[in-house]
Design a protein around this ligand. Structure first.
Ligand SMILES: NC(=O)c1ccc[n+]([C@@H]2O[C@H](COP(=O)([O-])OP(=O)(O)OC[C@H]3O[C@@H](n4cnc5c(N)ncnc54)[C@H](O)[C@@H]3O)[C@@H](O)[C@H]2O)c1
Length: 383
């Protein structure tokens, strides 16, 4: 198949991951990049052999089929809308937009133009998460009746040089990290029916602890602690605790309780991890990994060894455009995740349960062969 030519708008922190991993995947090639701050685009272009353009020129370019939107959350809707209006497919970093009306408008515009919109995260493509999916589908823990998710730390100001956006509407722990958890839960359980939540904020300002702006205070305008309850259409009920106000805790990332056992799913922010199971009346044991390409450790940075395949969702979308099929990081799933997250925040404000009005299906499972079909070569472990 002919590969899609891809441009990037937003050459910041996460763009390097996309650029560095792009050569792993079939279906697309990065050609050009743009940024509000043109120096960022020029630096990326020089490092990765791309053409640096203004945002307007990239949107107008006849050679570009897809634009990846790696701007900050506040700009996602505006930039994605402009990309669609320019007649190009969009793949956006999460969250898709800042409210469900924007998500609906994007979906309507994409349909009107006959274009595709995809949205991160794609970490649930990881071998560990797909093994969890297989165990759930095979009935290893029976019917999932409930569960817990905990994503809690002391925030982003200690590592990100410009952490302002993390503490503004559109981010906060539920919109920044929630997408990984909602995508993982939709993959494992399916769509959500209603939510309730209590939300709070421990500090009204946070101090940047990294980079040139070290010591500068940034305002906090969105909740930084969220305790939510999610009821799924299957009847399962899951607690989601997301916070940047916690120094330490001992909860697992995801625990799913079924009629036949418990599944311990590792951090869905990453592709691989230790998957554990406790079958009825048995001790907890690690599940032997399957031979899945997205479990292979391909990154060793600062002593951290990871399987990192960000961009797999874009490859799946590029190939789906060619094959005219559904793709896993689809706009309906991203819009549903956004609806769940915004409804959690709404419930935190009103104290009322909120019914989720968006619908989606579980994405297709991604077995080892399907994952290999997105890759140019079998990944090689770096450890
Ligand atoms: N940094 C990470 O580790 C990480 C991981 C996963 C997802 N994400 C997501 O990726 C997105 C970007 O995060 P980041 O950490 O790279 O942010 P960043 O602030 O480092 O980079 C954003 C870039 O976008 C540019 N930009 C902002 N608004 C623009 C606009 N309207 N037009 C053109 N350029 C614009 C900025 O100049 C900047 O270069 C966010 O949605 C974030 O949630 C980030």
């Amino acid at each position: 198949m002919s590969e899609l030519n891809v441009g990037v708008i937003g050459c910041g922190n996460i763009s390097t991951t996309y650029f560095e991993l792009a050569s792993l995947f079939k279906g697309y090639q990065f050609k050009a990049c743009a940024d509000l701050n043109h120096a960022n685009a020029e630096a990326s272009a020089a490092t990765y052999g791309l053409t640096a353009m203004s945002v307007d020129d990239l949107l107008a370019s006849q050679d570009i089929d897809v634009i990846v939107n790696l701007t900050i959350p506040d700009s996602h809707n505006e930039i994605s809308t402009r990309i669609l209006e320019a007649g190009k497919h969009v793949y956006s970093e999460k969250p898709l937009a800042l409210n469900t009306d924007e998500a609906r408008a994007l979906a309507a515009l994409a349909q009107q133009k006959g274009l595709s919109v995809g949205c991160a995260p794609d970490t649930f493509f990881g071998g560990t998460h797909q093994l969890a999916r297989k165990l759930v589908d095979d009935g290893a823990i029976g019917t999932i009746t409930s569960g817990t998710c905990h994503v809690m730390s002391h925030g982003m100001e200690d590592w990100h040089p410009n952490p302002d956006f993390f503490f503004q509407p559109g981010a906060g722990p539920v919109l920044d990290l929630g997408p990984y958890y909602i995508a993982a839960l939709v993959n494992l359980i399916g769509p959500v029916k209603r939510v309730g939540a209590l939300t709070s904020m421990a500090e009204k300002e946070r101090m940047i602890l990294n980079g040139d702006r070290h010591g500068e205070m940034v305002p906090v305008d969105t909740p930084t602690t969220i305790h939510a309850l999610l009821e799924f259409h299957t009847g399962a009920t899951v607690t989601l605790s997301a916070s940047w106000d916690v120094w330490s805790h001992e909860h697992n990332n995801i625990e799913l309780y079924g009629t036949e056992g418990t599944l311990y799913v590792p951090d869905p922010n990453f592709f691989a991890g230790d998957l554990r199971i406790a079958r009825k009346n048995s001790d907890t044991e690690s599940v032997a990994p399957i031979d899945h390409p997205f479990d292979v450790i391909n990154e060793a940075k600062d002593d951290e060894k990871r399987a990192n395949y960000r961009g797999a969702g874009l490859a799946d979308m590029a190939m789906a455009i060619h094959d005219k099929r559904d793709f896993r990081c689809s706009i309906d799933r991203a819009a549903h995740a956004l609806d769940v997250m915004m409804s959690i925040l709404e419930s935190g404000e009103t104290g009322q349960f909120v019914t989720i009005n968006t619908a989606c299906t579980r994405p297709d499972a991604l077995g080892a062969d399907a994952a290999m079909s997105l890759l140019r070569d079998k990944p090689v472990s770096v450890v």
